[in-house]
Design a protein around this ligand. Structure first.
Ligand code: NAP
Length: 330
């Protein structure tokens, strides 16, 4: 970006800290404003990163002067409403994943962005990492032949807290929306939208999926495999299998790190991407590039992709019978 980009944050929680840390590593970005439900929390967060504007409610940031873009980092259930408020106020938005609670909410967000002609992007940070571009390059060069299947997992043991956002249905809890979205994203990116979706899940006492597995089938015979759990640790790696080889995303595959090309009958090639910071700077840079270029959405993660991802998550939820209180609000 040619000028310094003034970022605002709504919902200064765990991920907002990591994002704000990465903004400090970008020379043309700064944290300008923080909005929390508590003025004290906003002040504490702003103090850590040098933000000059603090707000004790999410409404007040809409009036903040010189704000270029807002990063929405509340639990999932807040994404739609706060995104729409920002967009209606003419403020560009980077919204955490999952984009929304369901397809209907995502459609409303996108309709608002297009009607108001304001930039909107989902914060699927993995999309912007150099390793994804490397994998796409290998595939387009034919290094693994035709893609046959994509397989990815994501699992960690989350301590049970019925009120916390991971297990609370009122906050969109469950493995699928929190972490299953990453394997879903990888399948969608490299195989497109499937023609058939089957899924099974195990449910926690709070009624959300604490483990989910989904199989995607494609008209040309390709298959996608999604596994996510908040019951136990899994290796959290990903593979793209082709007719002539394999691309292996090493653990934790969704973060910056190692990638291997394993050609059939040839020596593996390992690539390591050095990354300063946590890895959220790539999505921030993409937003700033789009704002600078006057683009209403990202070419790398267009809104049509976020719609398809939400459609896929909805379809998996239908298969496993997972309904949220937020679904009834449509
Ligand atoms: N991209 C990634 O790598 C990544 C990683 C983790 C999470 N995420 C996403 O980021 C979002 C936030 O996750 P997180 O782990 O940062 O959550 P968190 O630590 O619980 O923080 C969320 C913040 O949202 C605000 N908030 C607004 N309404 C709330 C409510 N009803 N209950 C609790 N907090 C509420 C709170 O800040 P105030 O009360 O101060 O306003 C809270 O600190 C989720 O949608 C998640 O999927 C993304």
């Amino acid at each position: 970006m040619s000028k310094t980009c003034n970022w605002g944050i709504i919902g200064p929680g765990r991920i907002a800290h990591k994002f704000a840390q990465d903004l400090t590593g970008l020379k043309n970005a700064r944290l300008h404003a923080v909005a929390s439900r508590s003025l004290e929390r906003a002040q504490a967060f702003a103090g850590e990163y040098g933000a000059s504007h603090v707000f004790g409610s999410y409404e007040e940031i809409l009036e903040c002067p010189d704000l270029d873009i807002v990063y929405i980092a509340t639990p999932h259930t807040g994404h739609c409403a706060y995104t729409i408020k920002c967009l209606e106020a003419g403020i560009p938005v980077l919204c955490e994943k999952p984009f929304a609670m369901n397809l209907a909410e995502a459609e409303k967000m996108i309709e608002t962005a297009r009607r108001r002609r304001v930039f909107l992007m989902e914060a699927i940070w993995t999309r912007f990492m150099p390793k994804i571009r490397q994998a796409a390059d290998w595939i387009s060069e034919g290094a693994i032949g035709e893609v046959i299947s994509v397989k990815a997992d994501f699992g960690f043991p989350a301590p049970m807290n019925p009120e916390g956002r991971l297990f609370n249905p009122d906050l969109g809890g469950g493995a699928l929306l929190d972490i299953g979205i990453y394997p879903a994203f990888l399948n969608l990116l490299f195989l497109g939208y499937p023609s058939k979706i089957t899924a099974v899940a195990h449910f926690s006492d709070t009624g959300v999926d604490d483990e989910v597995a989904a199989t995607l089938e494609y008209p040309a015979g390709q298959m996608g495999h999604i596994h996510a759990t908040i019951r136990n640790r899994t290796k959290t790696e990903a593979f793209i299998h082709g007719t002539k080889g394999v691309i292996h995303f090493h653990p934790h595959w969704f973060r910056p790190g190692n990638l291997s090309l394993i050609p059939e009958g040839d020596r593996p090639q390992d690539v390591y991407f050095e990354t300063a910071g946590n890895g959220y700077q790539f999505e921030a840079e993409e937003c700033m590039h789009c704002l600078d270029a006057g683009k209403p959405e990202s070419d790398l993660l267009p809104l049509s992709f976020s719609l398809d991802l939400m459609r896929l998550l909805d379809a998996i939820r239908k298969e496993i019978g997972l309904v949220y209180p937020a679904d009834g609000k449509e």
